[in-house]
Design a protein around this ligand. Structure first.
Ligand SMILES: [Zn+2]
Length: 372
C-alpha cells in the first residue's frame, strides 16, 4: 500500500466533526481488511443525532500487543485557496484538510499493519480510528467503553502530529457550563432582571482566579508551554436587543489542566462563586491529562526507535485523555501540529514515509521481539 495514495483517498472525504464520518470510516475499514486486519465497527449517534463510526482493526491473535490510534474527523476548512478535500501536491508538500491532523497518520498505521504477516506476530497489532476527537473525544469514549477487540491492550501510540518526536504528557481539559436566569422586560421600566448582570461579576471572579493560578506553584509546571492552564471564556447565550433585559445568559469557561495537579479545590471555589452570584455552574471533566510515567516501556522504546534523547510535553489534547485511563501511551506521529487546523494544512511526504518506518519498528519491538 502506498501511504500517499491512502492519505489522498482519506482526505477526499469531508469529515468535519459536525458531519457523519461513516463513508470515510467505511473506506478505512476496507483498506484495513485489505491489509489483513479484522475490523470491529462501533457506531453511535452524536448529540445532534449524526451517525459516527469508529473502527478497531486487529491483526494477530491473543491479547497485549500494540495499538496505533488516530481519528478521522477534521476541523472546518473555510477560506482555502483550493479544494481542501483534494490532496494537492505543491512545491513538494501535500496540502489537504486532515493531511497532518491526522488522516496521513492513519494511512501510516494501515500501511504499517500491512507490512506484517499475522503468523510472525506473537502479540497483536491494532489500528484504532475514532470520531469527534476535535470536539470532545466522543468517539474515543465510545470505543473505550464498548470495544471488545481493544480490551487487554496495554500499550499504544496516539499518532497525532509531533514531527515524530516522543510526547509522554499533555494537558487535559475541563469546561464550566455557566447559566443565569433573569426576567425579560423593556429595560426602561427598571423592573426586569438582566441575566448577563448576574453572569458578569461571576465571570469576572473566575477570570481573576485564572490570573492568580498562572503564578501559583501548585498549578504551574515549567515543562509545559505555557507553564500554566489558561482560562478561556465564550458567551453562548445572552444577546438580545439593548432595550430588553436578557432573560437568559450562558457562558462556557474552558481550561487545560496540567497533569499531576489537584483541581478539586479550584472547582470547589468556582462552585462557591457561582452560588454567591446566583449562577448555575456545571463542571464537566471527563478529559483527564495524559501523564504516562517517563520510565514506562512505551516511552523508552519510542525514544530508542526515534533516536530522540528526551520525551516532551505538549499543550494540546488528544484521545489520550480517554485511552490514557487504561493504557500507557505516547503521542508520536508524522507532520507538524503547527499545520493542523490552519488554512492550507500540509504534510511533507517524507514524514509519512518515516512514520511508517517508525510505527513498524515499534510493532517489531512490542509484538515480535519482546511481546508486552
Ligand atoms: Zn488530531
Amino acid at each position: 500500500m502506498n501511504v500517499i495514495d491512502l492519505t489522498a483517498e482519506f482526505v477526499s472525504y469531508n469529515t468535519v466533526s459536525n458531519l457523519s464520518n461513516a463513508k470515510c470510516s467505511a473506506a478505512m475499514a476496507k483498506r484495513m481488511r485489505e491489509a489483513g486486519l479484522s475490523v470491529e465497527r462501533l457506531q453511535y449517534a452524536d448529540p445532534n443525532g449524526v451517525t459516527k463510526v469508529c473502527l478497531v482493526g486487529k491483526k494477530g491473535k491473543g491479547k497485549g500487543g500494540l495499538a496505533m490510534m488516530g481519528h478521522n474527523d477534521v476541523v472546518p476548512a473555510e477560506g482555502w485557496a483550493w479544494d481542501p478535500f483534494k490532496l494537492t501536491k505543491k512545491k513538494g508538500l501535500l496540502y489537504g484538510r486532515g493531511s497532518a491532523d491526522m488522516k496521513g497518520s492513519v494511512a501510516c498505521m494501515i500501511a504499517t499493519a500491512e507490512r506484517f504477516n499475522a503468523r510472525d506476530l506473537k502479540q497483536p497489532i491494532y489500528v484504532v480510528v475514532t470520531s469527534d476527537e476535535e470536539i470532545n473525544c466522543g468517539g474515543a469514549a465510545w470505543v473505550h467503553k464498548h470495544s471488545k477487540t481493544l480490551k487487554g491492550c496495554k500499550y499504544g501510540i496516539i499518532g497525532e502530529p509531533t514531527m515524530l518526536d516522543v510526547v509522554y504528557a499533555h494537558k487535559g481539559s475541563f469546561k464550566i457550563d455557566a447559566r443565569a436566569k433573569g426576567l425579560a422586560t423593556h429595560s426602561s421600566t427598571g423592573k426586569g432582571t438582566n441575566a448577563n448582570h448576574l453572569m458578569i461579576p461571576f465571570l469576572n471572579e473566575v477570570l481573576k482566579l485564572g490570573e492568580k493560578l498562572k503564578t501559583d506553584r501548585r498549578y504551574t509546571d515549567k515543562t509545559f508551554t505555557p507553564p500554566y492552564s489558561p482560562f478561556n471564556i465564550v458567551w453562548t447565550e445572552g444577546n438580545t436587543a439593548s432595550n430588553i433585559t436578557a432573560e437568559n445568559s450562558a457562558a462556557l469557561v474552558n481550561t487545560r489542566p496540567i497533569p499531576g495537579h489537584d483541581w478539586e479545590p479550584v472547582k470547589k471555589l468556582i462552585r462557591e462563586m457561582a452560588k454567591k452570584y446566583g449562577v448555575k455552574a456545571k463542571i464537566s471533566d471527563s478529559l483527564t491529562p495524559l501523564n504516562t510515567p517517563i520510565d514506562s516501556r512505551i516511552v523508552s522504546e519510542a525514544l530508542s526507535v526515534t533516536g530522540k534523547r528526551k520525551p516532551k510535553t505538549v499543550s494540546y489534547g488528544t484521545d489520550g485523555m480517554i485511552f490514557g485511563k487504561s493504557m500507557e501511551l505516547v503521542v508520536l506521529g508524522p507532520g507538524n501540529i503547527k499545520q493542523a487546523h490552519t488554512i492550507d494544512e500540509w504534510i511533507e511526504p517524507d514524514q509519512l514515509k518515516k512514520g511508517v518506518d517508525i510505527f513498524a519498528q515499534m510493532v517489531i519491538r512490542f509484538c515480535i521481539e519482546d511481546p508486552a
